[in-house]
Ligand binder design. Structure first.
Ligand code: ZN
Length: 428
């Protein structure tokens, strides 16, 4: 090959490729322009025939992982973008958004003002009226409207899929899923009316967050809709988890596994609502340097929207309920379910590392947790150009000191982050 000025051979480090495969020590990665051209012996052979190619020798104690993908974000603060990059996140996907705000941040990042990760977008949440998150939603009023709205987002706004939420009935969801799949695009759900088992049968790609993934004899689907506010709704959901019927719930898990529906717990946001591990956010050195009063106020308003009517007892019950959710995630993983990573909150670049640690706590190996935020994430996005260190994929890479397959904390010891073959944080 004739080496271009930006072509590069990374060699000497351990490669964790994002597929869940065992780490590969002292493995070379050859990058040409924005893409990975070859990995391992083939990379070395091509490099040997390429005089003038830049070589970067990394210590054997360093590791290379794919850039992390946060599948579920909302915040459009420009300040988030640099924190994503400095924490190894090279792609984010907005899961419910106000379209003008989305266009603004997309255009700014495209112009490197500020530099940020790749920006993917599922459009506004498709919901029945009244939507829980009006600023991020597009309510529909009929089944026809579900298909029309789905097509409008995909065809006119060029969204990378759809997000279908709370009050959609199974026929609404089916219309949205068919419209997206005809175009090769995925659908993520955060559904209450439609159960996880029904959504799996309809063919949804992914479920996130507070989706009705558990069954309870006391809190049935229609009972869940007897709320007047988001915080009352969260209280009902807490009661559902505290009265879970595991036999019926295991059948929902089986339906999801059988239909290959991924689940993104976004558990870190529940920890924040419960006041668990607050130090994982504001104890981070990046927090004070990157964020100011506007970000803190917006986050406070978000939490208030959810917890404002909670009593002390409600809070204690919520804490117990998230322990039951952890048990659900354990069971889903043990049954062969595919977990993926999203943060669903501001400060996502910091929070994603806590989400990975949670996945490791519920039984994923570190390599599986990394795959959940890389190769598995790309798979549910239906993207074969991201998320894995392999020939043909974008050179979105994070070089760290240490071996995250042994110590996930090594993912925070970042030497350099590359997006599309360009160093966007740190140095090689
Ligand atoms: Zn969300």
């Amino acid at each position: 090959m004739g080496a271009g000025p930006e072509d590069l051979l990374l060699r000497g480090a351990t490669v964790i490729d994002g597929t869940g495969a065992v780490p590969s020590p002292r493995t070379s990665v050859l990058i040409e322009g924005s893409r990975i051209v070859a990995v391992g012996a083939r990379a070395d052979a091509l490099a040997a025939d390429s005089p003038g190619l830049r070589h970067v020798d990394l210590p054997a104690s360093a590791s290379i992982v794919p850039g992390l993908i946060d599948l579920h974000v909302h915040s459009t603060f420009p300040s988030e973008q640099g924190v994503y990059l400095s924490h190894g996140v090279t792609s984010v996907r907005y899961a419910g958004i106000d379209l003008p705000a989305w266009r603004t941040i997309r255009d700014r990042v495209a112009a490197d003002d500020p530099p940020g990760p790749r920006q993917f977008n599922l459009g506004p949440m498709i919901d029945r009226a009244p939507p829980s998150w009006p600023q991020w939603s597009s309510p529909i009023d009929s089944l026809d409207d579900a298909a029309r709205t789905a097509a409008r987002f995909l065809d006119d706004e060029h969204t990378d899929g759809l997000i279908a939420v709370q009050q959609l009935r199974p026929p609404d969801l089916r219309a949205a899923v068919e419209t997206a799949h005809e175009r090769g695009k995925p659908v993520t759900g955060q559904l209450w009316w439609t159960s996880a088992a029904e959504a799996a049968e309809i063919g949804i790609d992914q479920l996130d967050n507070t989706t009705r993934i558990a069954a309870s004899s006391e809190i049935t689907g229609d009972r869940l809709f007897s709320y007047r506010s988001v915080s009352e709704r969260m209280t009902l959901l807490t009661n559902l988890w505290l009265t879970v019927d595991w036999d019926a719930t295991d059948r929902m898990i089986e339906a999801m596994v059988r239909a290959d529906v991924a689940y993104g717990p976004t558990f870190v946001v529940f920890e924040q609502q419960a006041g668990i591990h607050p130090e994982t956010l504001d104890g981070d050195p990046a927090f004070d340097t990157a964020y100011g009063a506007a970000e803190t106020a917006a986050w406070g308003a978000f939490i208030h929207h959810i917890v404002n009517v909670w009593t002390k007892e409600d809070r204690a019950r919520f804490r117990r309920s998230i322990e039951v959710r952890l048990e659900w995630i354990r069971r889903f993983h043990a049954a062969g379910g595919r977990l993926v990573v999203g943060t669903d909150m501001q400060y996502g670049g910091i929070a994603i590392h806590r989400e990975l640690a949670i996945l490791a706590e519920v039984g994923l190996t570190n390599v599986q947790a990394i795959a959940a935020a890389t190769g598995e994430a790309a798979r549910v996005m239906r993207r074969d150009d991201l998320g894995v260190i392999a020939a043909g994929r974008f050179a979105d890479l994070v070089v760290v000191d240490g071996d995250p397959s042994v110590d996930l904390g090594a993912l925070r010891r970042i030497r350099a982050v590359m997006r599309g073959g360009q160093v966007v944080h740190g140095a090689l």
